[in-house]
Design a protein around this ligand. Structure first.
Ligand SMILES: Nc1ncnc2c1ncn2[C@@H]1O[C@H](COP(=O)(O)OP(=O)(O)O)[C@@H](O)[C@H]1O
Ligand SMILES: O=P(O)(O)O[C@H]1O[C@H](CO)[C@@H](O[C@H]2O[C@H](CO)[C@@H](O)[C@H](O)[C@H]2O)[C@H](O)[C@H]1O
Length: 428
């Protein structure tokens, strides 16, 4: 069932009035540091006093629709958790609903899919660095636990973060947590049209999972070689790529003009966002030219699109892949386009640089730790050791590093040195 958003009422508009100060304090808010114009496009009434506001945020190049679920509590209620209070309007206290049992129960009732018997009163909101809000829901009566991802930016059409895992499970791959419930909404767009997009997904929770990035940082900090787990991860990624071909097919092999153009476009985009990158122009151009001169490039297929160690979980000696949204800074059309499978491999290679740096390694120790992890990943994946693959991987790593230079400038300026060091390594 698709949930229809209705036109905002006076109360919705008052809630939006509160968001000007509340939103910029959220990790997932994509327009930090600028004065965004906020307006409510529509509201899904999930239950009495449970609303999902679809809020358009416009600021410069940013123009997104944000999902803000709220619960309206009586102003006199004395059992309100102060950390989830957004503010007060019309005698009601507005609560951030993501972890609220009233919101969760209504969401599960409205959602499609096989469903799951979970205990909404035992919900726990995941803290940490995320683009969305995830909530762990323990299974009722000892059943399997689920994790609900409340998407914070919603968009018309396919959502790879939900559709791709559904297709991978259908294709028989068990390296992804299975989706158990999902919800979609329909709302009026500012141009007079209609949009239909996903609001979120409940997936199987991987018990005892360790975040791949935290694991790698710990091993780097302890000076433990990561080549073994990296090789197993490479094999998992190869299995994922095979399953993606079964699910979506693959295009015929072509020449390398498309990846060369993509790298050139990426550089232009990155320079526009971070003008200091201009000094890299000649070196990047040399890689673009080398790439364009390749006689052929491998077939394109569906890929993960933003694969890094923070998108993989390790549990009981196995790896699981999550977060198939693609790069959060890219438009949907670019995120669902067939691409080179090696792009995912390159994303993980970049993560080893991050893990070495965040794990406190520097100089030769960092280079040796990352080299061992890189070798493990490439062996496990079965990457060909030929000049074409080597050049493609270098170009794709460069592409990712330029993306990271922009991502860090916008989100974590104190980490900007990590992609800058990556550019030094890749560009010589
Ligand atoms: N199926 C799962 N099982 C266990 N933990 C998970 C699962 N999915 C996500 N997580 C945890 O939740 C965190 C946020 O999930 P993620 O999909 O990366 O969200 P975001 O899109 O906000 O970055 C992950 O870092 C991971 O620790
Ligand atoms: O997980 P997201 O989909 O939000 O991805 C974005 O944020 C990531 C950081 O959380 C960012 O990844 C970069 O930092 C990681 C360490 O925190 C590192 O392992 C990755 O290699 C590096 O790219 C990702 O690029 C961004 O899209």
């Amino acid at each position: 069932m698709i949930l229809d958003a209705t036109a905002p009422d006076e109360l919705d508009r008052d809630v939006v009035g509160l968001l000007g100060t509340w939103l910029p304090q959220r990790r997932w808010y994509p327009a930090k540091g600028v004065d965004a114009h906020l307006s409510c496009l529509g509201t899904v009434h999930l239950a009495d006093d449970v609303r999902v506001l679809l809020v358009r945020a416009r600021a410069g190049a940013v123009d997104v629709v944000l999902q803000v679920p709220v619960v309206l509590a009586d102003a006199s209620a004395d059992d309100v958790d102060p950390t989830v209070v957004v503010g007060a309007v019309r005698g009601r206290t507005v609560l951030d609903a993501a972890g609220d049992p009233r919101f969760l129960a209504a969401w599960l009732t409205a959602a499609d899919g096989p469903g799951a018997d979970v205990d909404v009163r035992a919900a726990r909101v995941v803290t940490g660095e995320q683009s969305n809000t995830s909530v762990v829901l323990p299974g009722a009566a000892g059943g399997p636990t689920g994790i609900l991802k409340v998407l914070r930016s919603v968009a018309d059409g396919e959502n790879p973060d939900i559709d791709v895992p559904r297709r991978l499970v259908d294709a028989g791959w068990d390296g992804v947590p299975a989706p158990m419930a999902w919800a979609q909404a329909r709302w009026a767009t500012p141009d007079g049209g209609t949009a239909v997009g996903y609001l979120g997904v409940l997936s199987a929770f991987v018990p005892g999972a360790q975040d791949g990035f935290e694991l790698a940082c710990t091993w780097a900090r302890e000076g433990r070689a990561f080549g073994g787990p990296a090789a197993e991860l490479g094999a998992t990624v190869a299995g994922m790529h095979d399953a993606l071909v079964r699910a979506y097919g693959a295009e015929a092999a072509g020449d390398a003009t498309a990846p060369a153009r993509a790298l050139a476009d990426r550089f232009a985009w990155a320079v526009a966002a971070v003008p200091a990158l201009t000094v890299r122009e000649a070196a990047v151009r040399a890689v673009v030219d080398e790439l364009a001169a390749l006689a052929s490039a491998p077939a394109r297929q569906r890929v993960h699109g933003d694969l890094h160690l923070g998108q993989v979980l390790r549990s009981t000696g196995r790896w699981f892949v999550i977060d198939f949204e693609g790069e959060p800074l890219a438009p949907l059309a670019a995120r669902v386009r067939p691409d080179l499978a090696l792009r995912d491999v390159a994303g993980l290679l970049r993560s080893f640089d991050y893990a070495a740096a965040v794990g406190g390694l520097t100089g030769d120790a960092a280079a040796a730790w990352a080299a061992d992890a890189r070798a493990g990943l490439l062996t496990g994946y079965g990457a060909a050791d030929d000049p074409t693959s080597t050049l493609l991987l270098r170009a794709l790593e460069l592409d990712k590093t330029l993306y990271e230079a922009v991502y860090e400038a916008r989100n974590r300026p104190t980490w900007a040195a990590i992609p800058q060091a990556g550019l030094d390594r890749l560009l010589g």
